[in-house]
Design a protein around this ligand. Structure first.
Ligand SMILES: NC(=O)c1ccc[n+]([C@@H]2O[C@H](COP(=O)([O-])OP(=O)(O)OC[C@H]3O[C@@H](n4cnc5c(N)ncnc54)[C@H](OP(=O)(O)O)[C@@H]3O)[C@@H](O)[C@H]2O)c1
Length: 293
């Protein structure tokens, strides 16, 4: 049990978007007291019913707790929220759980350290259903003592909490996983589109695919959405896949890994944005790849 747990269970939680909201909800349901800040206050207000205190400024929310969790879209959103006010982080620990780049996490760590605080990167694999069922996978990068101190907190989201090493290692692993989300979904869209256009029976195609080494469970997870042309109620929207692909491209490039495939997917996702698919489920990439009749 961590020192923090013995002292108090108050956390400042910043960012109640698509995954931030159910994460905050789960912490509240598990007995944690939350100070919440969200740029659009109305989105956080329903959490008041579970006992959260909703703040108007990040500074006030941060000052009131020693542990700060952020679930924000980008590096810039973290920087603007955590570092524009003259907040002292002495004795505080910032846990950044969104998907941002390796160097971005390292830079945020430096900035928080400079203000006296500790920094943990803890990107997650999984989405709203996994948060609700307590099966989110958390990847952690920080000093080992910090990991030991806060491991119990990540367990609220799911039993699989993996320590990768210092800040930068967990984000590298997360980007490697998300690269697969982008390329596997694009690859499946192409094959499924080709099968449909050539009047091949889709169920026969899937039956063999499921038995082959080429199969990935994500194909069946997205199949019905693609067949029904219904990408509403997204857990992870296409615009965020584009954001991730742009980060992945930059960081893979630095590792001297050819990013031509990613550049093509980026372009396809940008076409998808222009077609108005940005707020739909990311598997709507199908409609950017396959021209519907
Ligand atoms: N959705 C998923 O399944 C999933 C899974 C794994 C990882 N992630 C990652 O988790 C992070 C959050 O994702 P999400 O799906 O919850 O996104 P989202 O629904 O778009 O929410 C984004 C959050 O960031 C806030 N925000 C954005 N720009 C800001 C700024 N400049 N200043 C202050 N706040 C700002 C938003 O505030 P407003 O409400 O005011 O817009 C909102 O709270 C992303 O990095 C995403 O890639 C998401």
């Amino acid at each position: 049990m961590g020192k923090f747990k013995k002292m108090r269970k108050k956390i400042t939680f910043i960012g109640t978007g698509l995954i931030g909201f159910p994460m905050a909800e789960r912490l509240l349901q598990n007995g944690y007291e939350l100070n919440i800040f969200n740029r659009t206050k109305s989105k956080a207000l329903p959490l008041k019913e579970l006992g959260a205190e909703i703040f108007d400024s990040p500074g006030d929310a941060i000052t009131n707790a020693d542990v700060i969790i952020t679930v924000l879209t980008t590096f810039d959103a973290n920087k603007e929220t955590l570092l524009t006010n003259d907040i002292s982080y002495r004795g505080k620990t910032v846990i950044q759980m969104g998907t941002i780049g390796i160097d971005e996490n390292i830079l945020l760590e430096k900035m928080i350290n400079k203000k006296g605080g500790n920094y943990i990167e803890a990107p997650v694999l999984g989405s709203i259903p996994q948060i609700k069922s307590g099966n989110l996978l958390t990847l952690v990068g920080c000093e080992k003592e910090l990991f030991d101190q806060f491991k119990f907190l990540f367990k609220v989201f799911g039993p699989d909490v993996h320590y990768f090493g210092n800040v930068g290692k967990a984000s590298a692993a997360k980007l490697a996983y998300n690269q697969l989300i982008a390329t596997l979904t694009a690859a499946f869209s192409m094959s499924l589109g080709f099968v449909i256009k050539n009047d091949v029976n889709v169920e026969s195609f899937m039956e063999i695919l499921r038995k082959s080494a080429l199969y990935s469970p994500t194909f069946d997870k997205k199949l019905q959405k693609m067949l029904n042309n219904d990408f509403t109620n997204p857990n992870f929207p296409l615009k965020h896949l584009l954001k991730d692909v742009q980060i992945i491209e930059k960081d893979f490039d630095k590792s001297k890994i050819d990013t031509k495939i990613l550049k093509a997917i980026e372009q396809i996702l940008e076409n998808g944005m222009n077609k108005g698919l940005g707020d739909l489920d990311y598997s709507a990439i199908f409609n950017a790849i396959v021209e519907r009749n």
